[in-house]
Ligand binder design. Sequence first.
Ligand code: HAM
Length: 423
Amino acid sequence: MRGKAIQAVRGMNDILPGEAHLWEFFEDTVQDWLRGYGYRGIRMPLVENTELFVRSIGEVTDIVEKEMYSFTDRLNGDSLTLRPEGTASCVRAVVEHNLLYGGPQRLWYSGAMFRHERPQKGRYRQFHQVGVEALGFAGPDIDAEQIVMGARLWRQLKLPDIALQINTLGDSESRARYRSRVQDYLQRHADAFDEAARERIQKNPLRVLDSKDPALQDVIADAPKLIAELDGPARQHFEQLQAVLLDLGITYEINPRLVRGLDYYNLTVFEWVTDRLGAQGTVCAGGRYDGLIEQIGGKPAPACGFAMGIERLLALMADNGNREPPQPHAYIVHQGDAASRLAWRIAERLRDAGFEAILHCGGGSFKAQVKKADASRAHYAVIIGDDEVSANDVSLKPLRTAGEQRRMNVEQLITLMHSIEEN
Ligand code: HAM
């Protein structure tokens, strides 16, 4: 009996062959771009101890309060969590393997992240990030480097209209002063807030400034600004960052309301946003997190990083004109035992010579096979039948250009295909 069809989990998407080429193009571009700045890869597990995320992202955040996929290890009862982001895992790995003893590290990772959010366009429960973390660097030069990197990547991917917003959260002293000023201010307006928000005013007042609730926007807009609380070194850090951006012609807007949804940040925070994607317009975001390494049990060291949402960037790329799927060079059509044996050898010869060749599998008439060749988007059909076997050659039929079918031996085939490649 045919079983009931099983579907993917809501908010977790298949990436189908029709879109895979776009992912591959993106991944290739990103790897070259990262090498250009000297970042090295690191790969962390998808699952970590829940405590890692609670301690780093912060107890009073949307992610930790309601979005984590957590479960109990059935053997020892440990609470484990599917990673909702990569920074905490990356820092854990760096501390665990003492990577900072070898000096500062520029690292990157890529992969699936999991958050139990309400799915909508651009917001998924399994989504993919490329994350970049520079650990052991204290100065604003590395913050600037990471912003400059973003600007270059958008150019390389030909993505216009991605705007940069920056802000500073200050150092721990200015932040503590600011926190209590915001708390006082919000308490004075507590009538406007619901129960949950009032609780947040107590536990994490800065997070309230992040609220998207339309009813609170007026109160939030008039809240004290951190910039007014900044003292010497924090102010200098922010100014030096801006000086590099100005020098390199990178335009930005200072958004005093940019506080980010994770608690580990201090000093610089930034987001790259577009208005082409509707509500989920942040394609890349990050900042400095100088306290996190120590918080996770490492020797104190400063750090800065960012992560981009691959689905959102790909949606922008698709919006910008679809990239054609790749075209194989040849599709090899064959009929009869002897022809098949020759077809196998020729397919391998073509691949030895660096060509992409699809060998027809599954039999069928020449006509049906040539139809498949055409549908494969290949440039040529290489046809092998009894006649070709007895002459030890092949017939080459152009599929994308006008031109006659021609007979030739394998050497001539390879030479011809190389000359076409070069033109
Ligand atoms: P985040 O802002 O939570 O930061 O996520 C970074 C990016 O991931 C977002 O700007 C967005 O493009 C994408 N993203 C987040 N949630 C979803 C979702 N549910 N569906 C689709 N895309 C999503 C972090 O994760 C930090 N770890 C960034 C960082 C690295 N900070 C320092 N180093």
